[in-house]
Ligand binder design. Structure first.
Ligand code: NAD
Length: 329
């Protein structure tokens, strides 16, 4: 069943992890063979059935309860890496604390596993930690693409393309709208968003109980309004040579009680052309596209691109602003 398909592992089986599994189900080029969550993992070289996996996760709280292929473990990521034959992993994990993804990356490096890693990291400081692992990733034979969600990710890549019309970039402004029916479907995403609010930080948001998050959302009517966020779109566009990180701003509105987007998601790139004209390109996502569609679709497009790089022995760290995503059939 998995012959000639790219064997995919998804680490983290919450909101994004489950959406990732659903997206892979009809694909002919990729096949989900492994998932891990906080309490266990499931692995089947011939492919995992996403509906069974999702219902087990909701009923029992871990993919480790999957009959035949599930294993309960408090060290699920390390155990899975050691057992599974996987070509590429999508890291749909919470980055709480802010050093978690870098820690997981070090685990991959020391495991001697070789392949492709893709994340949907958000914070600039988290991407900076990965940049320090560049040489180790290269030596380990791992091709790691970072910032491959929606923002950073799809919108950052769109900004890199839009920039090409200009001789000089003045501003990149990303504004996102997210609508989800209930915050519990995306606990890490919402906690990490709360961490961006003025009176919070990552440690404070991580320490909040579910009841405290709920009480906080009650006060805001379920709405989070975010401005001047620390988002890695800035460092990614700087590394791609497009503009200085200070010229990039990211903000948005998240409605945690309604799947309809409160505002349209867009990126505006303003610059001066070689003729001296000042203009703005705007790339707007369709309002019907969900956060999950925009994040996971992009992540797998980059994972496919990562596989091509890996086959050519191009290892180390890349960002979504310097590589074109491919399309997964
Ligand atoms: P979630 O809270 O719904 O799920 C997290 C999953 O990770 C759970 O299955 C949990 O069991 C698992 N997990 C936690 N700790 C683990 C551990 N130590 N080992 C193994 N598994 C572990 O998360 P979510 O809302 O789907 O968000 C995932 C990440 O995606 C967040 O960091 C979020 O910021 C990011 N995100 C990025 C973008 C983007 O556009 N770049 C958009 C949305 C979300």
């Amino acid at each position: 069943m998995t012959k000639n398909k790219i064997r995919i592992g998804v680490l983290g089986f919450g909101g994004l992890g489950q959406a990732a599994a659903r997206i892979l189900q009809p694909k002919s080029e990729m096949c989900l063979v492994a998932v891990a969550d906080q309490k266990g993992y499931a692995y089947n070289i011939n492919g995992l059935d996403c509906d069974t996996l999702i219902s087990i996760y909701h009923e029992k709280g871990s993919s480790g309860y999957l009959p035949e292929y599930g294993v309960l473990s408090n060290n699920s990521i390390a155990d899975l890496i050691a057992h599974a034959d996987v070509d590429g992993y999508f890291l749909a994990l919470p980055n709480l604390p802010n050093t978690f993804m870098a820690d997981v990356t070090r685990q991959f490096i020391s495991s001697r596993w070789q392949g492709v890693l893709v994340d949907a990291l958000k914070r600039t400081s988290a991407v900076e930690q990965l940049l320090k692992l560049q040489t180790d990733l290269n030596k380990a034979g791992i091709t790691y693409l970072t910032g491959c969600g929606a923002t950073p990710g799809l919108l950052t890549a769109a900004a890199a393309i839009a920039a090409q019309s200009f001789a000089e970039i003045h501003q990149v402004k990303i504004t996102f709208g997210v609508g989800i029916a209930n915050w519990e479907a995306y606990r890490a995403t919402i906690r990490e968003d709360i961490a961006h609010l003025p009176e919070f930080n990552v440690d404070k948001a991580k320490a909040m109980t579910d009841a405290q998050v709920e009480a906080f959302l009650d006060k805001t009517n379920g709405i989070l309004t975010l401005e001047n966020m620390e988002h890695a779109d800035d460092i990614m566009l700087e590394l791609a040579g497009i503009c200085d990180r200070h010229q990039v701003t990211v903000g948005g509105v998240v409605d945690t009680r309604n799947p309809k987007k409160p505002i349209s998601t867009n990126v505006k790139v303003t610059g001066r052309t070689f003729e001296g004209k000042i203009s703005t390109h705007t790339f707007t996502l369709g309002d019907e596209t969900s956060m999950a569609a925009n994040v996971c679709g992009t992540a797998f497009g980059y994972l496919k691109a990562g596989i091509k790089l890996h086959e050519r022995n191009l290892n180390g760290l890349f960002t979504a602003a310097e590589i074109m995503p491919l399309f997964v059939k």
